[in-house]
Design a protein around this ligand. Structure first.
Ligand code: ADP
Ligand code: ZN
Length: 745
């Protein structure tokens, strides 16, 4: 028998190996094995087994099998192979995405953590005295006394407490008085957290209808005679109670003996979110996220792998969780760009979820208040089933009011529009007198993004990136937000010596400073990546906000998603245009999502909520329709525009980014590749570019892009695969092919 093995090395290929007779029952598809490779040994996975091999040379034998059962199911292997082909990603990178390093590297001292325990085998002093010929020292007697009635104790701690050594304790073991043994210790990310069990809420009519649709899909998933159920788009406005529907749907899946995976964007994987799932499902809940230690991640993975944990909550990588008997995958906030991995394999976890559920005959729910136009289109054309919840869950919660503030009017008679409009200032002041809370959003951290000399025009720029340095006032430093380089801010212009450096544009630090002047009595807190870089500060700030120790919370995207604070009655978007004017065909979609998400942070309790949207283009459809919270009208308009321009969802978008330290080299190769692509396209697909990427230079690398829009994805993939051989990038030029790209920068 032969095994096809993909090793961990960057080879993007499988190799055939002989399965020695001893291993015939042990080596299966999905097994992890050790193989000889040249004069090295490598670890890898068996992707398939066959009786024959095409390889003509001399084959070698598998040396070792790691673990006693396969690490991946056949379904997952199928998913890996689909992912490698569709996203044009090396197979070993796909495997690494599925089984991350802390789980894989069991031989590097990671693995399970076990501790030594000591336990007495003798009940009491009387029993001890009956043993002949013991000759215990006084010290040993004292140690025995300390162990009676204690059960098993961690040996290290016991030794320290008794001021003795493990060697002394081993002497007791030799005399047959105690046993010393190893026990696995679970590293539990939720250790020390007590979750009060939560009971299912009686559902609203809209929730009950949605649940009915989902339950039908779950029944269909259980009936293998029927096709796998279609994905369900749960289109529910913010606070319509989608999470409660998720919870009750998971309960249905558990009741039929299956498991569920819940994907949430990393940014909304807050303690509050985790608590909602852990409170309902208790110990069978596993949590995976980027802040876990390697040990916690390893142990959580194994709890899923052994079937002990049956509800998995995590960010995009959790889509690969090795659950037993998958019944349901939920993708919350399915429109979120963070489901797309921005490095190879450049997969979208939402699309992987749909694919995986289909392979495993499971149900899928994609939840959002502002669905991606791709999913919306799929539910219009019958590929997905739609379940709508147009109202908030509780009658007491009113829909937020969206107020558009035309900043062109505010700017009249002034040199530049003010940061805060008069209307927004008044609205904030009203909240401060009634003790209600406010959230303000600006998508830029730091103090000012432009630092220039008014005398000679010199601009502080990053030497390695095509961007200006952002001024950070708290430590008086300049930082490049693309590469992270920083330096202190000169007090005089290095070019002409002028002393009046000018800081223009606004970042969250400047908003904070202005707000402190405008509202001197308010307690104001900023929350952005500069602040939350400190561990726990994110949680701390949110806890203080909940306890109403903060009146105004100023922040970047991290305050827009998923937060549920009943006392927030006002949200402000200080510059809605910054999202609208990015060079991306999804700019309108993103702006609509932002406004709806911010609106969704307000009016979640008994107080009605307002969201103020400051803009200089109030007539833009994304803003106009967001004002009336009319997603379907916005989607209809946007889809008609996309159709006309043949943009997704009417075509697939493939973004090819080429980069090199030499601008000439990369631009010459980009021209060549684009020409080739264009000449074979034969009007079957559209090639745009090459053109310099919107972020033209990052970390010394010049970047060029070629965009492809196509309905013949397989054809383009095949050609690109071919071109990698026939027209390989010259030395120093790297190519990144992003299928269904979300990031166009
Ligand atoms: P979404 O996920 O759609 O934004 P949530 O699930 O967070 O909405 O629900 C919003 C609020 O409504 C929460 O405080 C939740 O406890 C409450 N809620 C949800 N369903 C019900 C229900 N059936 N009855 C009463 N309150 C509910
Ligand atoms: Zn830089």
């Amino acid at each position: 028998m032969f095994a096809k093995v993909a090793t961990d090395a960057a080879l993007d290929k499988t190799f055939d190996y002989i399965i020695p007779p001893d291993f015939e029952n042990k080596v299966m598809a999905g097994s992890r094995v050790v193989v000889p490779f040249g004069n090295r040994t490598l670890e890898g996975y068996v992707l398939g087994i066959s009786k024959t091999t095409d390889y003509k040379g001399k084959l070698r034998e598998i040396k070792e099998v790691i673990g006693d059962r396969p690490w991946m199911s056949e379904h997952i292997l199928k998913l890996v192979s689909w992912m490698a082909t569709y996203y044009m990603a090396p197979i070993e990178l796909c495997l690494k995405a599925v089984i991350p390093a802390p789980i894989r590297n069991t031989n590097k001292g990671d693995g399970f953590q076990s501790r030594l325990y000591i336990e007495t085998l003798i009940d009491d002093e009387e029993e001890l005295s009956q043993i002949a010929d013991l000759k215990l020292t006084e010290r040993q007697l004292a140690l025995m006394n300390a162990l009676f009635d204690q059960g098993a104790l961690p040996m290290g701690a016991f030794a320290t407490e008794q001021k003795t050594t493990p060697a002394t304790l081993r002497k007791l073991e030799e005399k047959g008085l105690v046993k010393i043994f190893e026990k696995t210790e679970r590293r539990d990310p939720l250790a020390g957290k007590n979750f009060l069990p939560s009971k299912p809420l009686p559902l609203t009519e809209e929730q009950a209808n949605a649940k009915k649709i989902i339950c039908d899909a779950i029944s269909q998933a259980c009936d293998l005679e029927k096709p796998a159920p279609k994905p369900i788009l749960l289109f529910g406005v913010t606070a319509s109670g989608k999470t409660e529907v998720f919870l009750q749907s998971i309960a249905e899946v558990l009741a039929v003996g299956k498991s569920a995976i819940v994907l949430v964007p990393e940014i909304s994987l807050t303690p509050q979110t985790i608590q909602r799932f852990a409170s309902r499902f208790g110990k069978i809940t596993a949590v995976l996220h980027s802040k876990l230690s390697d040990g916690e991640r390893h142990d959580e993975w194994h709890r899923i792998y052994t079937g002990e944990a049956r509800v998995v909550v995590g960010p995009r990588s959790a889509v690969f969780a090795p659950v037993h008997n998958l019944g349901l995958i939920i993708v919350d906030e399915e429109h979120e760009p963070s489901y797309k991995q921005e490095e190879a394999p450049r997969y979208n976890a939402r699309d992987i979820a749909v694919m995986r559920a289909n392979y495993e005959h499971a149900a899928t729910i994609l939840g959002s208040a502002t669905p991606s136009l791709e999913s919306w289109h799929n539910s219009n054309n019958g590929k997905y089933i739609i379940a709508s919840m147009p109202n908030r869950a509780s009658k007491q919660m009113s829909k937020p009011n969206t107020i558009i503030v035309d900043m062109r009017l505010e700017a009249m008679g002034k040199a530049a529009p003010p940061v805060f409009s008069k209307d927004l200032i008044d609205a904030i002041k009203r909240r401060l007198t009634t003790g209600e809370q406010v959230m303000l959003f600006l998508n830029r951290r730091g103090y000012a993004p432009h630092v220039t000399c008014p005398a000679c025009g010199h601009t502080e720029e990053c030497e390695d990136c095509a961007t200006g340095m952002t001024y950070h006032i708290d430590d008086n430093r300049l930082r490049c937000h693309l590469c992270g380089i920083e330096r202190s801010c000169p007090s005089v212009c290095p070019q002409c010596g002028c002393e009046n450096y000018k800081f223009t544009g606004i970042g969250t630090q400047r908003i904070e400073a202005i707000a402190k002047k405008l509202f001197p009595s308010a307690k104001i807190q900023r929350m952005d990546a500069d602040i939350t870089a400190r561990k726990h500060s994110h949680e701390e700030i949110l806890a203080r906000f909940r306890a109403r120790e903060i009146d105004i919370l100023i922040g970047t995207q991290m305050i827009t998603k998923g937060l549920d604070f009943p006392n927030v009655s006002l949200a402000g978007i200080l510059n809605a245009d910054s999202a609208l004017h990015i060079p991306d065909f999804r700019a309108g979609e993103r702006t609509f999502q932002l406004i709806a998400q911010m609106a969704g942070r307000t009016g979640r309790g008994l107080l009605p909520g307002d969201v103020y949207v400051q803009t200089q283009t109030p007539e833009a459809p994304a803003i106009k329709f967001a004002a009336t919270e009319n997603f379907s009208a916005f989607a209809a308009q946007e889809l008609s525009d996309r159709k006309e321009l043949d943009y997704p969802p009417y075509s697939k978008y493939i973004c090819i980014t080429l980069k090199a330290e030499s601008n000439d080299a990369v631009s010459a190769y980009a021209d060549l590749l684009a020409q080739q692509l264009d000449s074979i396209s034969n009007e079957r697909f559209r090639v745009l570019g090459p053109s310099p990427a919107p972020l033209e230079r990052i970390k010394k690398y010049w970047r060029h892009q070629i965009s492809i829009f196509t309905n013949k994805t397989n054809l383009v993939l095949a050609y690109l695969k071919e071109a990698q051989k026939t027209l390989p990038p010259p030395n120093g030029v790297t190519i990144a092919i992003d299928i269904d790209a979300m990031n166009t920068m």
